[in-house]
Design a protein around this ligand. Structure first.
Ligand code: MN
Length: 290
């Protein structure tokens, strides 16, 4: 069992919302297949812009959108238009190419608060077709002083219906003051981010803006809280493929990324079209090409 490692997130801006980027960091690129973790807000948003993320492309990953407050409208090149609200999961699989936007809804003005995460796809599926899933209801488990909602994977016999291309886990934990033990798979590596509140773990204090990396070899964790707290626990079998990430692309080689970049900038059919009022996002080329 490794020592608990706490790293600070990087503060940045995505669309209209300030985020704390917990992954990737210089010294930690992945936790299982999880390769990107943004804690969004809490930030005030208003229509029509809302979250305000204009159409952009992805390859080789799944996006997980999980809100604790507010709502967002997902649109993608598969023709999907799906509002996501607290307690619901949006899961988009990019495969060889997809594009999407994340905007406000006509109705909602107020606080937006949640998480967006990416899961690297394995070679077995990463060149496959794009797909989208929305799950309005997810399995739950009672904890000592709270409740677990399984977004993806399995916890204590509760299995999420969400697509899972590798062996991995993502769980929302909502706890009250007290001590809660959560069972873990010893062959998984795990990490957690705090969405609200704070907790004590291995005699260390973990707060919003931290990534707490737990390593492998733990059969459980014990969370101690003095008040209500909400966190996301995620992990999986250590990812055994060397992931190369640039902009919104998860690949293996620079050549794959240059090709995806060119296809986006030339409006190639690979990334389809998103029915959005926001202009598509364009960026300069990767530093090693084209
Ligand atoms: Mn995206």
């Amino acid at each position: 069992m490794g020592d608990l490692e706490i790293t600070d997130s990087q503060e940045t801006q995505v669309g209209a919302v300030g985020v704390r980027r917990a992954l990737p960091r210089q010294r930690r690129r992945t936790v299982g297949p999880w390769c990107f973790v943004d804690h969004m807000g809490p930030s005030p948003v208003r229509p029509p812009r809302g979250m305000g993320v204009a159409p952009h492309p992805h390859i080789g990953l799944q996006t997980v959108t999980w809100l604790v407050e507010g709502e967002a409208l997902h649109r993608d090149s598969l023709g999907t238009e799906q509002v996501v609200r607290p307690g619901e999961l949006n899961l988009m699989t990019a495969g060889r190419g997809v594009s999407h936007s994340e905007e406000g809804t006509d109705a909602y003005r107020g606080t937006l608060h949640g998480l967006q995460l990416w899961i690297a796809q394995p070679s077995a599926t990463r060149n496959g077709p794009p797909a989208f899933e929305h799950h309005g209801a997810l399995p739950r488990r009672e904890l000592d002083v709270g409740e677990a909602t399984v977004l993806v994977g399995e916890l204590d016999g509760a299995t999420s219906p969400a697509r899972c291309d590798t062996e991995h886990l993502g769980v929302d934990l909502l706890v009250r003051a007290g001590t809660t033990t959560v069972p873990l798979r010893g062959d998984f590596e795990h990490a957690l981010v705090i969405v609200d509140g704070a907790l004590r773990l291995d005699e260390k204090i973990v707060e919003p803006g931290h990534l707490a990396y737990l390593g492998t070899g733990r059969s459980e964790i014990t969370l101690v809280t003095r008040g209500p707290a909400r966190l996301l626990l995620f992990g999986g079998l250590p990812f055994d493929e060397a992931v190369l990430m640039w902009w919104n692309f998860v690949a293996r080689t620079r050549g794959e990324i240059v090709e995806a970049y060119r296809d986006w900038m030339t409006n190639d059919d690979r990334f389809g079209r998103v029915d959005s009022t926001l202009p598509r996002i364009e960026v300069g080329p990767p530093p090693w090409g084209p």
